[in-house]
Design a protein around this ligand. Structure first.
Ligand SMILES: [Zn+2]
Length: 280
């Protein structure tokens, strides 16, 4: 038997394993796309109810991934404005498998990549790109955010300053000011009314009342919490364990390899993502 025949049989075997994999509940191959779109797409529904979109593009010069969690600052505890946004920041700062705070950024920057994240009313999105040959290692680091973040005490206190700086930058932005005005004049009983960024000093609350800009600052995340005896790190752990559930997560992965290859790459990374059965 020729090498190509053996290889074909091996691929068929892997394909049938993937089709019968307990990790996959449903596979969708008839995704509608533009005639000019040469990329290949496949949708998967995993055993843990996570939705995945695979994209294969042999011509791409970057691989990329984005994970969306269907929770945002409207789900902040009423007494900790900015917690969802703070959680987003903290996931970058060390996980059980990769405890070094700089590991993720360092790995991406050494391999032509970049990353970012954002928190909105009811969504939090994380994404990165990287040189195609390093997708697997990047995804392994990325997936740890959603499995086992550390939320160390030291990073928690330091990152409050980063969130607060973001808040101060937002204060001078007309778009943010209009956005917060919109929220501030909304029904006070509705979660849309919340302040999502989180703040720090005692002077800030005065500005806060005027410009009350999303999402979170050092006053809402630190000073007032200390005054009230709230442990923000514990609140972060609770927020993550409550909301970061696979059934409200969607993942999109773009790779240079075949759809099957990308499936295999993500298989191990998504297997540890927990279904916590969050029910709306
Ligand atoms: Zn931020």
């Amino acid at each position: 038997m020729s090498y190509s025949s053996l290889s074909f049989i091996a691929m068929q075997k892997v394909e049938s394993m993937m089709n019968s994999s307990p990790a996959i509940l449903k596979r969708i191959d008839n995704i509608i796309k533009s005639d000019e779109d040469k990329r290949l797409y496949r949708g998967l529904l995993l055993f843990n109810n996570m939705k995945v979109l695979l994209v294969s593009d042999p011509a791409t010069d970057k691989s990329a991934a984005a994970l969306h969690v269907n929770v945002g600052y409207m789900s902040d505890p009423d007494n900790i404005p900015g917690l969802a946004h703070f959680c987003e920041h903290m996931l970058f700062l060390g996980t059980k498998k990769y405890p070094d705070e700089n590991d993720y950024h360092k790995f991406l920057s050494e391999h032509g990549g970049s990353s970012n994240a954002s928190t909105t009313t009811d969504h939090t999105n994380y994404y990165f790109d990287v040189a195609p040959n390093h997708l697997k290692e990047a995804l392994d680091r990325f997936s740890q955010f959603f499995k086992a973040p550390l939320f160390t005490e030291s990073a928690t206190s330091r990152e409050l300053n980063a969130v607060h700086s973001e808040h101060e930058k937002n204060l001078t932005s007309d778009i943010w000011r209009m956005d917060q005005l919109d929220k501030h004049t909304a029904n006070s009983q509705h979660p849309y009314h919340k302040f999502g960024t989180g703040i720090l000093s005692v002077i800030i609350p005065l500005l806060f009342l005027l410009f009350y800009i999303s999402p979170g600052n050092k006053y809402t995340l630190d000073i007032s919490q200390k005054e009230n005896g709230v442990n923000v790190r514990e609140a972060l752990l609770k927020f993550h364990s409550t909301w970061y559930s696979s059934n409200i997560m969607s993942l999109a992965v773009l790779g240079k390899g075949t759809l099957l290859h990308i499936s295999l790459v993500i298989d191990s990374q998504t297997s540890g993502l927990k279904l916590k059965l969050y029910v709306d």
